[in-house]
Design a binder for this molecule. Structure first.
Ligand SMILES: [Zn+2]
Length: 104
């Protein structure tokens, strides 16, 4: 089976994206879903070891504003880096991973 690739990526009104895949599947992704699933080393670590709840975090303005996807950049043939409105952009999402998240 060949790897499905995105035919088109459309920005949704709520700040998410909709990907039309080459095999006909269409999947919508909310910014929160993608942000929470960020595969970069920093985010993976944070998910394994949750921050100690002793101190209340002071949120920066960009963390309080509604999260949106600021941009997507192809990385090679089989991955995208996604930049979020909170300034985070180090996650590289492979096409396999995006397909996996589509069913989440
Ligand atoms: Zn990350």
């Amino acid at each position: 089976m060949t790897q499905p690739v995105p035919r088109s990526i459309r920005r949704l009104e709520q700040g998410g994206i909709e990907v039309a895949w080459s095999d006909g599947a269409v999947a919508a992704y909310s910014p929160r879903l993608l942000r929470d699933a960020c595969p970069c080393a920093t985010c993976r670590e944070q998910r394994v070891v949750p921050a100690a709840p002793a101190l209340l975090p002071v949120l920066r303005p960009e963390e309080v504003a509604p999260l949106t996807i600021a941009g997507m950049q192809p990385v090679g043939q089989y991955a995208y880096s996604i930049a979020f409105s909170d300034g985070h952009s180090s996650g590289i999402y492979t096409l396999d991973y995006l397909r996996e998240l589509a069913g989440a």
